[in-house]
Design a protein around this ligand. Structure first.
Ligand SMILES: [Zn+2]
Length: 138
């Protein structure tokens, strides 16, 4: 999570969210911050970019055995993407009561109607992750 916080901190104009993907052996496969402002891409959230980069690196769309670590509770798009990518474990920092889809507003990753449900650990280094956003929006 400290690595994800460091990635988030490098963002200058985008909302500071950092995501990393760890392979089954714990090595880092990909890292990304939000790039929505940078690229003008509405889907340019840190989690989606990290998932794309990790899949490109391993050479397939399934990220089974991988862990996504992100500083903020994922939105519906990102929660959906990590289910589609078959990410095994999600670790997130701050809760996002306005858009969160991992328990706050929706619970996309634990919906029993979907065929894949990652293991979830939320609220990790929560206050440090929340401080990133508080400082940005101040
Ligand atoms: Zn998102």
């Amino acid at each position: 999570m400290r690595r994800a916080i460091a990635v988030a901190s490098t963002s200058s104009e985008d909302v500071p969210v950092g995501a990393i993907i760890l392979g089954p052996d714990g090595s880092e496969l990909a890292a990304a911050g939000n790039e929505r402002e940078l690229t003008g891409d509405p889907t340019g959230h840190a989690e989606v970019l990290a998932i794309r980069r990790a899949a490109a690196r391993v050479g397939e769309w399934r990220l089974a055995g991988c862990t996504l670590v992100v500083t903020l509770e994922p939105c519906t798009m990102c929660a959906g993407a990590l289910v589609l990518a078959r990410v095994s474990t999600l670790v997130f920092g701050a809760w996002e009561p306005k858009t969160g889809a991992v328990g706050s507003l929706w619970d996309v990753v634990r919906d029993s109607r979907l065929n894949h449900r990652p293991e979830v650990y939320g609220g990790i280094l929560e206050s440090e992750c929340a401080a990133l956003l508080r400082d940005f929006f101040r």
